[in-house]
Design a protein around this ligand. Structure first.
Ligand code: GDP
Ligand code: IMO
Ligand code: MG
Length: 429
């Protein structure tokens, strides 16, 4: 059994990472987020009750699990405190003893959200972001203008940095985007209050996880978004602003991952994407609408309808190549039940030539025609199946095809949104 498991999304996000993390978390001492922010929407369904988490790690419904937010995560304190409040109201106890927020996390503050929204309101260059301020916050981190959690506790320095930042941000907001400026006074008053409320959660997360690894604790790392949204390796520029690859698990928490770590990529049995950007296997027809309805494909963060399409194994194989993933969890196989023939994309036709990977210039993907393999579907209801031997023959065939095409091993098949709906082929914890 590995000491740690890193879970990442292999497509364009929303693969079902939250469900898989919640499932594995029963055997973990700690669950840690290492990148992204509250652009994520991770859905857990336990005893029929749905919980959507944006920032708090998906282990929170297991009372024994500590939940860590590493320095690679950008934190909107409004969202953090709101989520904590919702969890408290749902009866989750001792949150201050269970949620550890790194003092090195960059804050998403009001002007980041205003800038994100203002940019998105312009037609040209629209990414279709979640408007949560993710991009502007990561920009400030890289350009060394960011405000970090630790800065909240050094008021003079905070005020000084803020003054400089506001001069620049307000110029952009007012003069370039023609929207309202952010006032220094109300900003300081708001963040003074936030500093007090966040304090019980703030920790040196790097030191905590370092010690936990040394103490042989079981650690579950929770990725957000997916490889195809990675800022370098995704379908740039239609990506998020963080690194979503498994190597980010170490960087975003400030400690190595244990030697004995299992890396698991989550793949939805078909494809979805929310926001703009190329999507070769998208189905813009009634069948795409049917997939959206049967898969409840509406954004967990913004409620936007997700674009739906066939499984794109060229994109998945590429994502596996750049992330180094060898083990897979497949979700939403149940959504495909009852479809007589299933298509999977095994290549792209680009101007008469075959393309077998995702090119750096992702605009090429808008001009390709997918080359499909057609596989027979299955009609069985998968919801009660727990034993790998009971997997219907045609689903076994579909899974084998994915394994062979991508050179991976399927460890788990998820057959419903609920925690219990899992065929655990090779146990992780
Ligand atoms: P994440 O962002 O990767 O955690 O995924 P989301 O939570 O945004 O979207 C996945 C959606 O599919 C959620 O509504 C889940 O409850 C649901 N889900 C996860 N796994 C399964 C599954 O195997 N079958 C079905 N039908 N739904 C699933
Ligand atoms: P989870 O963790 C799906 C998408 C947005 C947009 C692009 C950039 O739930 O899988 P951003 O707000 O990050 O600047 O938006 O990335 N996006 C996601 N799509 N799932 C997510 O997270 C996403 N997080 C960001 O829709 O296209
Ligand atoms: Mg999601």
């Amino acid at each position: 059994m590995p000491q740690a498991v890193v879970i990442i999304g292999v497509q364009w996000g929303d693969e079902g990472k939250g469900k898989i993390v919640d499932y594995y978390a029963s055997g973990a001492d700690m669950v840690a987020r290492f990148q992204g922010g509250n652009n994520a929407g991770h859905t857990l369904v336990v005893d029929g009750k749905k919980t959507i988490l944006h920032l708090i790690p998906s282990g929170i419904l297991h009372p024994h699990a500590k939940c860590l937010i590493g320095s690679g995560v950008v934190v909107d304190p409004d969202n953090f405190l709101h989520e904590v409040d919702l969890l408290r109201k749902a009866g989750i106890q001792n949150l201050e003893d269970r949620i550890y927020l790194s003092d090195r996390c960059h804050l998403i503050v009001d002007y980041h959200k205003h800038l994100d929204a203002a940019r998105e309101s312009k037609k040209a260059g629209k990414i279709g972001t979640t408007k949560r301020g993710i991009g502007p916050a990561y920009e400030d981190r890289a350009s060394r203008r960011g405000l970090r959690v630790a800065d909240l506790y050094n008021e003079t320095a905070f005020e000084e940095k803020l003054k400089e930042n506001l001069a620049e941000k307000n110029f952009l907001l007012q003069e370039y985007y023609g929207v309202e400026a952010v006032s220094m006074e109300s900003f300081m008053a708001k963040y003074r209050e936030i500093a007090k409320k966040l304090k019980p959660f703030v920790r040196d997360v790097s030191a905590i996880i370092f010690q936990a690894i040394d103490d042989n604790k079981k650690i579950l790392y929770e990725g957000a978004q997916g490889v195809l949204l990675d800022v370098d390796y995704g379908t740039y520029p239609y990506v998020t602003s963080s690194q979503t690859l498994p190597s980010q698990a170490a960087l975003g928490l400030g400690a190595r991952v244990p030697k004995d770590t299992l890396f698991v990529g989550v793949i939805k049995a078909y494809s979805t994407r929310v926001g703009e950007g190329p999507f070769p296997t998208e189905l813009k027809d009634a069948f795409g609408d049917q997939l959206r309805e049967s898969g409840s494909e509406y954004g967990a963060t913004t409620g936007r309808p997700r674009r739906c399409g066939w499984l794109d194994l060229v994109a998945v194989k590429y994502a596996i190549q750049v992330s180094g993933i060898k083990n897979i969890a497949i979700t939403k196989a149940d959504v495909l039940s009852g479809i007589s023939e299933l298509k999977v994309c095994i290549g792209y036709d680009y101007q008469g030539k075959r393309l077998n990977t995702i090119p750096a210039d992702s605009s090429i993907l808008n001009q390709v025609t997918p080359i499909y393999e057609t596989l027979p579907g299955w009609n069985e209801d998968l919801s009660k199946i727990r034993n790998p031997q009971d997997i219907p023959k045609n689903l076994q065939n579909y899974l084998k095809f994915i394994e062979n095409f991508t050179g991976t091993h399927i460890n788990l098949v998820s057959t419903g949104a609920g925690r219990e709906a899992v065929i655990d082929i090779q146990k992780a914890f």
